[in-house]
Design a protein around this ligand. Structure first.
Ligand code: PDD
Length: 279
């Protein structure tokens, strides 16, 4: 766990970092966040993460504008160049003296950041089991909001079924994972659902699409019907903290030959090499 964290302009021991119980993040989940990998002290795809943060802030009408350089200066004292880490950044609308759904008039956003070690996710090598569940989330899934109750319940439902992730479906097509984006290989083409309000525009997803294009891996952004997953030779879920994770069993059925597939092996190699090239 992080020893020193950042809170509203100060660096503090984690145990001393406190916010009011009247903070709107606590009362309403009124805030947004980012998770930014840091490989050997280097912030990964940093401008992309900050651009997504700015979009999230704009979407919830929270006025706070810092340049990427200003954010970098905040994070840098917490980084350790000998480790792989991630920054967790959370911004809430702040403290208001009275609980009221409408925005308070004069309010100062709460800004919190901590840096933790990235532990390699074992499922990336072995593959994981996943389960499909109804996407019960709201209509603004492109916003990285701290109000994650639906995501939490969906992930826990997957864990209760001895699965690592829930793959979510809405109106007969799949959207993404409870905390990840989704890729499938169908008829030798890598497919991922398009960016809409129904998915988080994942940074890992962007990197994979760029690598596929650069290395002539047939790939497209397209709607994936839930039943089309039955014909997928590979399924992956992707995120900043777990990277690319092959799903080898979905709803109790084996995917492909039950092992991480060849397109995954290739993409994972490319992804690791890309990380190395930046670090
Ligand atoms: N979540 N979709 C959802 C709903 C997510 O929560 C995440 C990541 C992603 C993948 O986005 P990215 O590749 O930018 O990490 C997609 C983070 C890791 C989290 O909530 O901890």
């Amino acid at each position: 766990m992080a020893d020193t964290v950042y809170l509203n302009g100060e660096y503090l021991p984690l145990a001393d970092a406190k916010v009011s119980v009247l903070d709107r993040g606590f009362l309403f989940g009124d805030g947004v966040y980012e998770v930014i990998p840091v490989y050997r002290g280097r912030l990964f795809r940093f401008e992309d993460h900050i651009a997504r943060l700015d979009n999230s802030l704009r979407a919830i009408r929270l006025e706070l504008s810092k340049s990427a350089d200003e954010w970098r200066a905040i994070f840098e004292p917490m980084l350790d160049s000998g480790k792989d880490q991630y920054i967790y950044l959370q911004i809430t609308r702040g403290y208001a003296p009275k609980r009221d759904h409408g925005f308070p008039e004069h309010v100062v956003p709460t800004v919190f950041a901590m840096c933790n070690e990235i532990k390699p996710f074992a499922g990336r090598i072995s593959g994981v089991k996943a389960v499909t569940l109804d996407d019960t989330r709201w209509q603004l899934c492109h916003v990285k909001a701290t109000a994650l109750l639906a995501h939490v319940l969906l992930r826990q439902e997957a864990l209760d079924q001895d699965c690592a992730e829930a793959i979510l479906a809405r109106n007969g097509y799949v959207t993404e994972g409870a905390a990840s984006n989704l890729f499938a290989v169908i008829d030798d083409q890598l497919i991922t659902p398009p960016k809409t309000n129904e998915i988080l525009p994942g940074i890992t997803r962007d990197v994979i699409l760029e690598l596929a294009e650069a290395h002539q891996i047939p790939c497209r952004e397209d709607v994936i019907a839930l039943e089309a997953l039955e014909n997928a030779s590979e399924i992956w879920v992707t995120s900043s903290t777990r990277e690319i994770v092959p799903v080898v069993e979905l709803d109790g059925r084996i995917v492909g030959d039950g092992e991480p597939g060849p397109v995954f092996q290739k993409m994972d190699r490319l992804f690791q090499a890309y990380k190395q090239s930046l670090a």
